[in-house]
Structure formats: C-alpha cells, structure tokens
Design a protein around this ligand. Structure first.
Ligand code: 0O2
Ligand code: 0O2
Length: 274
C-alpha cells in the first residue's frame, strides 16, 4: 500500500512548474522588450490532481513506485502561439536551452489524434533544488496555436460532461470542428506570410535599419561595447546620407560580428532566437 503524503510528493512538481512558467513568461517579455518577434502568446500551467495521477497509474498498470518516472505530465505547462510556424520556432528554442533536457517529443500537429486533437508535446527533464537536494522532474510542455487551444478547451469540457460516452454524432462534429480550426490556422499563416512579404517589399530599408538596431543591442548584450558603438555611429551616418547599398553592407558586416560574438559566448550552442 502507498501511504505517501501526496502533498509533499507534489512539492517539487509545483516548484518546477512555477519556475517554468516564470521562464517562458519572461522569455516573452524579453523578446517584446528587444522588439523581436515573440512566438509565445501566453503561458498557463497546472499540476495533475492526485485522483487523475492514480487513475492514470491504474489504467496504464504503473506500480506506485514508478509513477515519478513513468507519468510524464504531473507538471504540465501549456504555451499558446499565434501561428503554426511559431511552434517549430519555439521547439527549436527549447532544444537549445541549457536549463532543461528534452526526453522525447510527440508531434500531434502533423499526426493528429483520432479525436482531432492537435498540439506539439515536449517532455522535459527539469532540475530543481529542493531542501532535500537536487531532483530531476519530468514535465510536459504542450505547444499549440490559439485555434488548437480553443478546440481542445471546448472538447475537453465536453469530454468531462459525457465521460467516455460522447455520442457519435457529437464526436463526428468535433472531428470536423478540429479540421475547421486547422484550416483557420492555415489561412491565418498564409495571410501572415503575405503581410511579411509585403512589408519586405515596401519597407526594405526600415526592416534593415530595425535589424541593425537590434543587432547593435545584441552586441551590447555580449559586452562588445566598442563594436556596438561603432556600428551605431555608422548606421546614423548611412541613414543620414540615405545610402541603401552601404546599409546592406553594414547589415552583413554586423551579422558577421554577431556570429563571432555568439560563438565566443556559447561556442557549442547558438542563440535561441535569431
Ligand atoms: P497577463 O496579464 O494576462 O499578461 P499564475 O501562475 O498564478 O500567474 P494562474 O492563476 O496559475 O497564473 O493561471 P494560469 O492558468 O497558469 O495562467 C494565467 C495566464 O494565462 C494569465 O496571464 C492569463 O491572462 C493568461 N491566459 C489564460 N487564458 C488566456 C486566453 O484565453 N487568452 C490570453 N491572451 N491569455 C490567457 P498572466 O501571466 O497572469 O498575465
Ligand atoms: P489534462 O486535464 O489536460 O491534464 P494519456 O492520454 O494521458 O493516456 P499520454 O501518452 O500520457 O496518454 O498523453 P498524451 O496523449 O500525449 O497527452 C495527454 C494530454 O494531452 C492530455 O492530458 C491533454 O491535456 C492533451 N490531450 C491529449 N489528447 C487530447 C484530446 O483528444 N483532447 C483534448 N482536449 N486534450 C487532449 P490529460 O491528463 O488527459 O488532461
């Protein structure tokens, strides 16, 4: 018989979840402050109820002493994105992080579930420091678009209402609604691509100026103060003279400097978002 104190068992999961929420919310804030595109719209999280942990353990025939290693979603983080492409961008950023290790990934975006469910799941091992020592906690990060989240939230509440017995006609309509949500995602993505392409066409120079300014701030981040000042000064000069060709050359030179600075700072890894 398992007589553990579940409140105490969940303490490290609660800590891990709080830390993860802070980290991904801060990442969004940081990207916004740096005027860089943020693939994160908002972040939520939950700890699985003890009754659901025990129900899952029973359903999957997991002995209680293996719950910690085999139930991967006791701590669950959910990150909502605007566009499907943001999911891949964020997945890559998570792969590059040094503060968590990916255990495995489940791509329910390309391989939807029979219910129609779509999301990208990443199981990470996350180290936390407790009063009893270090512990590696498994956590599930679900990445989904706003449309996927809209569908999953409603489907989840209906499944709760009907339990295992969702009437067949409703089940079919939910599968259809999931497809409609996915078509909406595709449509919004193609509108976004067109908007970005149009911006590039009409706004080439201002896009380059904004990129150079962002790059200069990144050089400050790597403490390359002298180089950053020089690039900043040259940018002012080039813009004042309206020399488009020199602006492009300056941009390329800055990319090279940034590459070197990133390599020097993190030789084995690249930055999270370029
Ligand atoms: P803001 O002001 O929205 O930017 P906690 O960890 O205590 O802060 P709690 O109570 O555990 O949060 O709630 P949860 O579910 O983890 O996440 C709440 C965050 O998600 C809040 O953001 C909500 O605003 C945001 N959120 C939840 N649902 C939606 C939604 O449908 N649309 C949008 N845009 N945001 C949503 P913050 O971080 O509190 O700050
Ligand atoms: P909650 O309330 O979100 O915590 P499992 O389905 O749990 O036996 P596995 O392989 O551990 O199997 O997990 P899976 O299917 O990769 O992901 C489980 C979580 O994904 C669920 O957690 C849901 O959050 C979400 N999910 C998976 N399938 C569906 C679905 O058809 N509809 C909805 N709305 N969400 C889904 P929980 O614990 O079931 O729920």
């Amino acid at each position: 018989m398992d007589t553990r104190d579940w409140g105490q068992f969940l303490i490290p999961y609660e800590q891990a979840l709080e830390e993860l929420k802070v980290k991904f919310r801060s990442l969004r804030t940081e990207l916004k402050k740096r005027h860089t595109y943020s693939p994160i719209e908002f972040v939520t999280g939950r700890i699985k109820h003890v009754s659901s942990i025990l129900e899952k353990a029973q359903r999957l025939h997991i002995p209680t002493d293996e719950i910690e290693h085999r139930i991967e979603d006791i701590a669950g983080l959910r990150i909502m994105c605007q566009f499907v492409a943001d999911i891949a961008m964020l997945t890559e950023a998570i792969r590059n992080r040094k503060d968590m290790t990916i255990v495995h990934e489940k791509d329910y975006v390309r391989n939807k579930k029979p219910s129609g469910y779509r999301s990208y799941h990443i199981i990470v091992s996350y180290p936390i420091q407790t009063s009893l020592g270090m512990k590696h906690i498994l956590a599930e990060i679900q990445l989904r678009t706003l449309a996927m989240n809209f569908w999953a939230t409603i489907e989840h509440s209906l499944s709760y209402k009907f339990g295992q017995h969702v009437p067949e006609p409703i089940r079919q309509r939910l599968v259809g609604a999931a497809e409609a949500a996915f078509r909406l995602d595709e449509e919004m993505s193609s509108i976004r691509d067109d908007v970005v392409a149009a911006q590039m066409l009409f706004n080439d120079q201002s896009v380059l100026v904004a990129s150079v300014l962002r790059g200069v701030q990144e050089l400050y981040f790597y403490n390359k103060v002298k180089e950053a000042n020089e690039f900043h000064w040259e940018l002012g000069h080039v813009v004042a003279l309206d020399e488009r060709k020199r602006l492009k050359t300056l941009y390329e030179k800055l990319q090279k400097a940034l590459h070197d600075a990133r390599q020097a700072a993190q030789p084995e890894r690249d930055t999270l978002f370029l």
